[in-house]
Each structure stands twice: as structure tokens, then as C-alpha cells.
Write a protein that binds this ligand. Sequence first.
Ligand code: ZN
Length: 129
Amino acid sequence: MTSGFRFSNRSERALADLHPDLIRVARRALELTEVDFVVTEGRRSEARQRALVAAGASRTLRSRHLTGHAIDVAAWIDGGVRWDWPLYPRIAAAFKAAAAELGVAIRWGGDWPRFRDGPHFELDRAVYP
Ligand SMILES: [Zn+2]
């Protein structure tokens, strides 16, 4: 059984130049999830990363977004984005199930001990340097 959720054109554009294994995981996660989500950001330019760090929205210039190894999502409820924390572990459960099924090693930003980042998923550096 699948969710029946579909990626919007905006989500498809954000997915387009990511690592193919991450795209596969995101597509399967959307089939498995109970909470609909949109892809807000995929690959980032260095200029954008610098701007995010300057604004305090990111903490590193070595972001996995620069190489197409990271994706940010947002919960999509009744036609709008929601940032309520309880939605994100549910989306993460779908990503983790998808990754396990496909044999792809991912990390969820919500599992980081500091600066928890619920919308962020990335391919594991240990496997995808
Ligand atoms: Zn991110």
C-alpha cells in the first residue's frame, strides 16, 4: 500500500540534480509516508551556502547540499507547509524505512545531538564521501 502522494513540480526541480540514490530514497519515502512532504531544497551553490552561513541558517561551508548529497523537506498539510516538530519524526520514519528497503545509508538531521535539523536528510558520509 502506498500513500498516493505525488511530488509537485517544485519538488521535482529540487530533486533533479541530487545523487541518484538520494532521489530513490525520497521517492520511496513519499510512497511510504503518512505525512505528505515537499522538497524545499536539494543542491546548493557555494554562494547560497555562504549566504546561509552568514545569516545563521547553516553552520558549515562543507554542507552536503553543495555536492547533491542532501535534501531538505517540509511537511505539507492541507495545502501549506507546517514546521511543527512532531511531523518530522514521522517523515523521518518513512525516509529510514525507504533507505533500509533500498540499501542506502542515510542520516537524518533530527538525530544529530546538537543543532537538530528535522527537515534535513543526507547520504551517509561513511558510504558516500
Ligand atoms: Zn539541509
